[in-house]
Design a protein around this ligand. Structure first.
Ligand SMILES: Nc1ncnc2c1ncn2[C@@H]1O[C@H](COP(=O)(O)OP(=O)(O)O)[C@@H](O)[C@H]1O
Ligand SMILES: O=P(O)(O)OC[C@H](O)CO
Length: 504
């Protein structure tokens, strides 16, 4: 067996799955990516094929290893990070999913969640789970699966989020587990004692037996079956992808935060050992957990503003209405027009998350005149991504101890220079873009590597960070502030759309 020289990191996101191999210097020596098929069986529904995720996971891992031209026995550990909340049921005897996975953006359980809200369960659910009642979280999705799949044999059924499913597959059915950060997004975990919460399980009618064991994020999860990658690799870290990005940005002191622009935008602030409760409908959630030197569970928490649709609007421009051919061209299109032409877009393609939590809002353009071109539409969509983040920054600012002086970013859409400059103009603070935009995968690699002593401490990651570009607020950016106020009006008009129209 060779000397372990590498860490394998898997990032299974909403748009696609990626694998990166890192050497001891934190350099990427091999990587692979595969886009994931999105299934839209009905308006507002979104599903993923769990077997496709599993096959893609194997493919990206093997391809990254091949590209790096290394032997899998040289891999010291594997870290796994995933899109959160997306969940499924599978048969533990056959290894077959019982249904496609219901994705976090899926709104099919909106009316059940609305019922819980009107029955007054909001405060109790928030107190127990740290989450605001919404179809976003796994609980109502699992309840839907259990209700709608015929003849479920409970004895052979397992449930889980994507990390549980892939961990189970990687270990060839030996480990049915999850970590505290992913479990905290199910709406079934008690945020204070970090265990499955009996009251929440009863409320959503989820049997405890089908759920995975919750384990510390940093620690031993088992080893990969040697048949998969040619050797048994220890799995030593699992995190939700936003928490992995938080770790990757080294946000390990209370008040430090990051914003990821992927399928959605997620502004997450580390709050330390305390659960900080927001007055503005932000989520309290687990950042990560580990067993400390005294053998006690050591949990760190975070405050989060989840915005459901950002890069997803760009995908809609590409795949839905075919206004663009690729995401990159949105930047040049947006700068081809002097301004937004009075056009405003509300990115409520999956309802609105923080701070509105309106499951019945729908995407809308306001201000269309005969002079509006496709460039204006693209620009309005990009501006909307930035307005959403501004709205959440304003709220998190008041909830956190220190005002935000700089916004650190990552994710696919942060490559867009127009978007980042507009964001800086809107926030009136610098926006800092690291050289490595795949911070999520870097974060989980470092977490897995630190557990096995491959790297000694998080400082190694911090010291290796290179800032590629800082977007400073432009001198004359008053228009951005004025436009933000108009956009807020547009948001108000798009809210409660389904309730008022009674359409799907
Ligand atoms: N240059 C760009 N401008 C705007 N959006 C982009 C650009 N490049 C990628 N995106 C968007 O970023 C998203 C992919 O980012 P990624 O961080 O991989 O997301 P996820 O982790 O959700 O799968 C896609 O929705 C894509 O439309
Ligand atoms: O797949 P991403 O990176 O857009 O992240 C999805 C989030 O985890 C959903 O909560």
């Amino acid at each position: 067996m060779g000397d372990p020289k590498y860490i394998l990191a898997l990032d299974l996101g909403t748009t696609g799955n990626r694998a990166f191999l890192f050497d001891r210097n934190g350099q990427v020596v091999g990587k692979a990516y595969k886009e994931l098929r999105q299934y839209y069986p009905q308006p507002g529904w979104l599903e993923h094929d769990p077997l496709e995720i599993w096959q893609a996971t194997c493919w990206v891992a093997k391809t990254a290893i091949e590209k790096a031209n290394i032997n899998s026995s040289e891999i010291a550990a594997l870290g796994l990070t995933v899109q959160r909340e997306t969940c499924l049921l599978w048969n533990q005897n056959t290894g077959e999913p019982l249904h496609r996975a219901i994705v976090w953006q899926d709104r099919r359980t909106a009316s059940e969640c609305e019922d819980l809200r009107t029955q007054g369960y909001g405060p109790e659910i928030y107190h127990r789970s740290g989450l605001v009642i919404d179809a976003y979280f796994s609980a109502s999705k699992l309840a839907w699966l259990l209700k709608n799949i015929p003849d479920i044999d409970y004895k052979s059924t397992l449930a889980g989020t994507i990390d549980s499913w892939i961990l189970w597959k990687l270990t060839n059915g030996k480990v049915h587990g999850t970590d505290h950060s992913n479990a905290s997004r199910t709406m079934l975990m008690n945020l204070e004692n970090c265990q499955w919460d009996e009251t929440l399980l009863d409320l959503f009618q989820i049997p405890t037996d089908i759920l995975p064991t919750i384990k510390p994020s940093f620690g031993e999860f088992g080893v990969t079956d040697p048949k998969i990658l040619g050797t048994a690799i220890p799995i030593t870290a699992i995190l939700g992808d936003q928490q992995a990005a938080l770790f990757g940005h080294c946000c390990c002191r209370p008040g430090l935060m990051k914003c990821t622009y992927g399928t959605g935008s997620f502004l997450v602030a580390y709050t330390g050992k305390d659960i900080v409760r927001s007055q503005n409908q932000l989520l309290s959630t687990v950042a990560w957990s580990q067993i400390n030197q005294n053998s006690n569970l050591d949990v760190s928490y975070a405050l989060e503003g989840s915005m459901f649709t950002s890069g997803a609007c760009i995908q809609w421009l590409r795949d839905g209405i075919k206004l663009i051919e690729n995401a990159v061209e949105t930047e040049s299109m947006a700068t081809r027009v002097k301004n937004n032409g009075g056009l405003y877009f509300v990115p409520a393609l999956s309802g609105l998350g923080a701070p509105h939590w309106d499951m019945s809002a729908r995407g809308s353009f306001f201000g269309i005149t005969a002079g509006i071109t496709s460039e204006h539409m693209v620009r309005a969509v990009l501006e909307a991504i930035a307005y959403q983040v501004k709205e959440v920054v304003q709220i998190i600012d008041t909830a956190s101890i220190n005002p935000i002086k700089v916004l650190t970013v990552d994710g696919g859409a942060c490559q867009n220079n127009f978007l980042m400059q507009f964001q800086a103009d809107l926030l009136q603070i610098p926006v800092e873009r690291p050289m490595m935009c795949d911070i999520t995968v870097q974060g989980i690699a470092f977490a897995a590597g630190i557990v096995v002593g491959f790297w000694e401490k998080i400082e190694t990651l911090r010291e290796g960070r290179v800032i590629e570009r800082v977007f400073k607020p432009s001198k004359d950016c008053n228009h951005a502030q004025a436009n933000f106020k108009t956009w807020l009006r547009a948001v108000e008009r798009s809210k409660h759309w389904l309730i008022e129209t009674h359409t799907p």
